[in-house]
Structure formats: C-alpha cells, structure tokens
Design a protein around this ligand. Structure first.
Ligand SMILES: C[S@@+](CC[C@H](N)C(=O)[O-])C[C@H]1O[C@@H](n2cnc3c(N)ncnc32)[C@H](O)[C@@H]1O
Length: 362
C-alpha cells in the first residue's frame, strides 16, 4: 500500500475490528504498536471487538498489519445508530452523504463487505445489504466504477457493533491463515511449550518492540517469540540456557527469516551479558510442566530474572511476560522498581489460566 506524504500527519477516525480472544489485550496490542512507532492517536471509543481511534491512515495500516489480534483497520466515512427497518433505507442512509467519486479517485473497482460483532443487527441479511450498498455506490459513480468480487481496488466495509454501525474504506485486512505456515508443527525444530505465532506476536507488540530497537527473549526456547519479532524486522536477541534450544531456534530463524538481524546466545537469564542496552523484553519463562527450570523454584527464578531484567533494560524499557504459574509477578516487579502497565488473565481451560504482565523500567 502506498501513502501520500501527509498521510502520516492527518488524523482521521478509524475503526479496528478485533479478535475476541480477550476483551482488552487486542486493544492494548494495537495501542502498543502505535506507541512503539510514535504514531499520534486519540482514543475515541471501545466496544466489544472494536476500537475507534483518531489516527493517521499510515498508523492505522501499520497497527493492523502488525497486531496479531486485529482483523482489519477501516477509515470511517459514516457512523450512526441503527433505526431503519429495511435494507433499502439503511443502504440509502449510509451512502447518501459520502462523496464516493472523491473516495474512489483512481480506483476502478470496489467491493462491499458486511461484518457484525456477535449477532448484532442480524435482522439485516449481510449479502442483501452488500448488494444494496454496492448498487447505491454504482448509481453515485454513474457506472464509472464496477463491483469486483475477486480483486477489487477498494473494499468498503460495514461493521455492526452492539450499538451502532460503522462504515468506511478498508485500509488493511489480515488474510485468513496468515500465521499457519509458522505454526509450531510446521517449523523445522519443534518442542512442546513453544508459543503459537499469533500469541508470540502479541507479546512482541506488547513489549513495544520496533524496527529501530533491540528486543530480547531471555528464555527463547525453540524461538516462538523471536521468530515473530524477526518477521516484523525487529533486531532480535534470543538467549536460552539450553544449547539444544539455541540450535533449534537457529534452524527455525534460518528457515523462515534468513535475512533478518538476530543474535542467539547460550546463557542464563539470571546473569546476562548486557547492561542498559535492551529496549524491549518479550518472554515466556519456563512454567514447570514441559520445560525445565534447572532445579530452581519458578518464583525464585523469576525474582532473580526481574532483578537482571532491570539491569539489562534501558530506562523506560518494557518487559512483557506471559506465564501460567500463579506467581505474584506484580509484587516482584514492584520490588525491582518496575511500574505496572498491563496485567491480564486469559482463561485457557478449567485448570489453566495464562497471565500476562507488561512492566516499565522506572
Ligand atoms: C517456555 S520455554 C520458552 C518457549 C518460547 N517462548 C517459545 O515460544 O518458543 C522456556 C525456556 O526457558 C529456558 N530456561 C530455563 N531456565 C533458564 C535460565 N535460567 N536462563 C535461560 N533460559 C532458561 C528453558 O531451556 C526453555 O527453553
């Protein structure tokens, strides 16, 4: 996608259609990407699986492209509460005030897609509404642009949220299955306990990693997190106490992202060869089920790790950590002068809850 020179300066309302894995983490992920790349943004509204921000088109594109749990970003052209009774009335209301000739500019073809959160406004059949809006646009364009269902130049998207409809021009949409090729079972080196790529990418984003900065995973294992970070062009360091894991990570990185910048080190996360150098840490320490903790109790290991993380991070550096164990990481983090930014739980099943903490070195 190409952007005009001032596409990074003009702020405009955009909506981000999010995954439902958690009520807040996908929101934090989008915001973290914008912050990591210093894109200005203002929070306008959040509802189930939908975040509305004032931001630039370029910022919206980047955030949606990088955030694992974002399905699409759309520049809002119209929004309203829904009071209409018929599809024709609704299609007319949505399209009436939009200057499609201006929006279409050099685009010769378009497609309209309708999505909804849960069963919001299921009284309106999606396909019928897509056709009705498509026809209205065609009328307004006096036939100078046509519907293309396979490869349209521009996608118009309507999203029904619980309390309103949002309509606009799609800036970015994630392709279905875009993470499949990097699934753990498709990697040359695989060990149980490695993260699924979408989750790993969210951890990288929560750590506010950027292409300018240095990201470290000090418990890198077979490389789930560092692999995602290299696909985003981050400068990456992976460290693990187990030589086999470092060899395995190397195999995986060489296979998927051979041209990116990375260093792999056999070492101990309790005593690392850095000082005030690392901008972001994204990690998933051992949790005592399938991965070894080398004889240390996990809590003690984490205590020593937090102390060392403070030493290796630059001031205001970020530590994003995911874990299963019920360990009071907020208290440990506070003890070592980290400020809490985010703490959330994701319920996996009856006896398994993942905890995610994001902390800032102060
Ligand atoms: C849960 S795995 C990490 C999985 C990884 N995040 C992924 O997605 O592929 C934890 C790793 O921590 C490593 N480990 C355990 N104690 C360590 C220590 N003191 N320093 C560094 N690595 C350690 C283990 O060898 C194991 O590979």
């Amino acid at each position: 996608m190409s952007f005009s020179n001032n596409s990074n300066k003009i702020l405009h309302p955009h909506f981000f259609h999010l995954s439902g894995i958690h009520p807040d983490l996908p929101v934090y992920e989008v915001l973290s990407v914008l912050e990591s790349e210093s894109y200005s943004h203002q929070h306008l509204k959040k509802s189930k699986q939908c975040l509305v921000l004032n931001c630039s088109e370029q910022g919206a594109y980047l955030a949606a492209e990088r955030a694992a749990y974002c399905k699409r970003a759309v520049k809002i052209l119209y929004k309203a509460a829904v009071s209409e009774k018929t599809i024709t009335e609704l299609a007319d209301k949505i399209t009436r005030k939009i200057d499609f000739e201006n929006k279409m500019k050099n685009h010769k073809s378009y497609l309209v897609r309708v999505y909804r959160i849960g069963n919001a406004h299921s009284e309106f059949n999606s396909m019928d509404l897509e056709v009705a809006i498509g026809k209205k646009i065609w009328d307004k364009m006096k036939g100078t642009s046509k519907v293309d269902t396979k490869n349209p130049d521009i996608n118009f998207v309507l999203l029904f949220t619980r309390d309103e409809l949002l309509f606009g021009k799609e800036i970015y949409a994630r392709k279905k299955g875009s993470f499949v090729s990097r699934r753990p079972d498709k990697r040359p080196y695989f060990k149980p306990g490695t993260l699924e790529p979408r989750f790993a990418r969210m951890m990288v984003n929560l750590s506010r990693a950027s292409s300018e900065n240095l990201l470290l995973d000090p418990f890198c294992g077979p490389g789930g997190i560092i692999l995602e970070a290299t696909t985003m062009d981050c400068n990456v360091i992976g460290l693990d106490i187990d030589k086999r894991m470092i060899k395995g990570s190397l195999k995986n990185l060489k296979h998927f992202t051979p041209k990116t910048n990375y260093d792999l080190i056999i070492g101990d996360a309790k005593q690392m060869p850095f000082h005030n150098q690392i901008n972001s840490i994204a990690t998933d320490p051992p949790y005592g089920r399938s991965t070894s903790t080398y004889g240390k109790e996990i809590e003690e290991l984490l205590r020593q790790f937090f102390k060392e993380a403070y030493n290796v991070l630059v001031p205001n550096g970020i530590l994003a950590i995911g874990m299963f164990a019920k360990i009071p990481i907020q208290e440990i983090a506070k003890e070592f002068n980290f400020e809490l930014s985010i703490f959330e739980k994701i319920y996996i099943h009856k006896s398994l809850t993942r905890r995610i903490g994001v902390f800032i070195k102060r």
